[in-house]
Design a protein around this ligand. Sequence first.
Ligand code: ADP
Length: 474
Amino acid sequence: MFALHIPTAMFCVGLLLVVLGLLFQGGWKAGELYAPSRNWAPAAILYGLGFILISFRNEAPLFLSVVMANVMVVAGVCLLHRGITVHVGVRPADPCYWAAVALVLAGFSWLSLVQPSVKTRVVLLSALVVPFLVHAMLLMRRGPASFSGRLLTISLGIASAWFVVRGIMIASGPEIAENAVNSGGISALNLFFSSVPAVMMVALQYRLEAERVRAALEEDAGRLRRERDRLEEVVAERTEELSRSNAELEQFAYVASHDLRQPLRVVSGYITLLERRLKDVLDTDGREQVAFIVDGVRRMDAMIVGLLEYSRIGRDALKGQAVPLEAALADALANLEATVGMSGGTVEVQPGLPSVWGDRVELMRLFQNLIANAVKYVEPGVTPHIRVEWRDDGAEWQILVCDNGIGIPPEAAERVFGLFQRLVSRNQYEGSGIGLAVCRKIVERHGGSIAVEPDRDGGSVFLIRLPKTMPATA
Ligand code: ADP
């Protein structure tokens, strides 16, 4: 038959608490996130050591086994209460609480040491637990936020209540209580009521911490979600603002260039008339000056036409379809037949050009502008040689237009794609500085990018990247 040997049981529970307390100690030293309220670990250790010393009650010196044991148990209980106080969010610096703790501690030590009558000692010791009971009930009323916290305060309340009941039972002195003290039954209940909350404290500690960490993580996640939503709103607002102002700007450029052509046509018409009428009257200088005016007007008209073309691209949404680049290139070459033929140049095309999603006319214009430039920007006396190649780069197609022309210095590689940007004088090469800006706009509308770099053998390589799938913005 199993018989409970109180000192052994006390020793075992004490040892368990010390070990768990030491585990906690490691826990709260390891990192702030998992650090429990700093009272839990020392509380478990003190409480456990107290139990161990009590189990040696009759074998160790009196001071050690009684005074030290009680001091440790009470200090452990105090820390435990303080830990719960911190957990439920009550300020622990309550002077009344500390006064009660001091009183209980002094009373415990004094009574344990000097009071010879077991019965009186037990009654008085039990009475001293009343402040803890009151405190546990107060904490219960404050309502700790979590289930674990509530369970802990309830178990502490029950344990404290047991010690009070025990005192009352023994003081009122019924025979049954007397027998219970003598038979060790009361000691067994003491052990039960003090060890259960202590072990529970240790077990619940992990739950409390997990709850605390989860709550903190949820709060962080909520904050991040709110922040992300706010950012998304701002981005959406800005994007809308930007596309509105872009559309306005394009509309403005379109209207302005469209309307500007009208008076220019008048100027051009009348200057031609004047030139004809004054042909015989004007001297050589006069005729040269009129020729300058005619040339200026013509160039201005070309620029306006370019601007109109530029602003027209992007006015409407892209009407995309699968376009075989071979077909778009063939259209461009057909348009440039005379230009290329007159220069004596050749265009070499790598077979198997892929199909992309886009607008055939715009893709044709892209090739047309690049090839026309490649034919135009060569040193005098050099026969243009143009190669159109392609590569498969995983998610994108790379299209390369290479020439043997005058080249573009790397420092100007970005500038040439700007509006009206030219690297050469008009006397050397005709042009309005719009062609490459149009190319970039077309490529970007197709979800791609365009860049230029020097070719290894002189000349330039225009590298176009186009997505294999339909761009999300289309
Ligand atoms: P345009 O040809 O009407 O001047 P572009 O926008 O097509 O306008 O070109 C801008 C400038 O980039 C040109 O003035 C020229 O200096 C340079 N450029 C364009 N293509 C080439 C090329 N293939 N080789 C060398 N320079 C070029």
